[in-house]
Design a protein around this ligand. Structure first.
Ligand code: DX5
Ligand code: ZN
Length: 213
């Protein structure tokens, strides 16, 4: 069976106690920490920037899975790479004319590359890039906010991506993931699950993370 990487999103955490929140996620069996970076342009919300990633890096021993929901991602790859990101995922829609350049730029910092698509983007749009990246992130909600409802039709893209891959890449889903929707995605072939609201509203973080596997 494939390893499933669980990447809790800190978007739903208490930012005044971020160190404790991250320690708790690590102790509860998280594989990665998912950091949602939003710029108020690509999505209608503003969240975390590179200085916060740098601060998290100092107190966290597991990989930082940084999800850039920003316009012109190529301008900020250096900042996020030097801040200590391990995986840098950018959006196809934000980099349409510079997808390959952005992939190469992330690789030049020896970071893992993720490429993401929003719900209205067909999986076909990114077929040409699948073998150039380490991870494809399929959004199962409109990016911008935590706590939204899972869109099952988007999860079908997992299968479409799988039929096109010639090497072993990670297929991640993000948005509305809970115990039940995680099962749907795993059955389709997802190998990494992001979850925010589900984990933060559970009474037991360790059990909630385990339930996603
Ligand atoms: C949405 C973000 C997600 C979000 C997931 O734009 O990319 O990572 O925090 O949150 P839930 O699991 O609450 O949908
Ligand atoms: Zn995300």
């Amino acid at each position: 069976m494939n390893k499933i990487y669980i990447s809790p999103s800190i978007l739903s955490s208490d930012f005044a106690n971020l160190e404790n929140e991250i320690n708790k996620l690590e102790a509860s069996g998280a594989d990665w920490i998912h950091v949602d970076v939003m710029d108020g342009h690509f999505v209608p919300n503003i969240t975390i920037g590179a200085p916060v990633v740098k601060a998290i890096r100092k107190i966290c021993s597991i990989p930082l899975d940084v999800h850039l929901m920003i316009e012109n991602p190529e301008k900020y790859i250096k900042d996020f790479a030097l801040a200590g990101s391990d995986i840098i995922t950018f959006h196809y829609e934000a980099a349409k004319n510079s997808v390959i350049e952005t992939i190469e730029l992330i690789k030049s910092y020896e970071k893992k590359v993720g490429l993401s698509i929003k719900p209205n983007t067909s999986s076909k749009a990114i077929f040409p890039y699948i073998d150039m990246v380490d991870m494809i992130l399929i959004m199962t909600v409109e990016p911008g906010f935590g706590g939204q409802k899972f869109m099952e039709n988007c999860a079908l893209k997992i299968k479409e991506i799988k039929t096109q891959q010639n090497k072993d890449i990670i297929i991640q889903v993000d948005g509305g993931i809970n115990k039940d929707t995680a099962e749907i995605c795993r059955n389709y072939g997802a190998t990494s699950l992001v979850a925010g609201n589900y984990l933060y509203t559970s009474n037991n973080m360790k059990e909630a993370i385990a339930s996603l596997r």
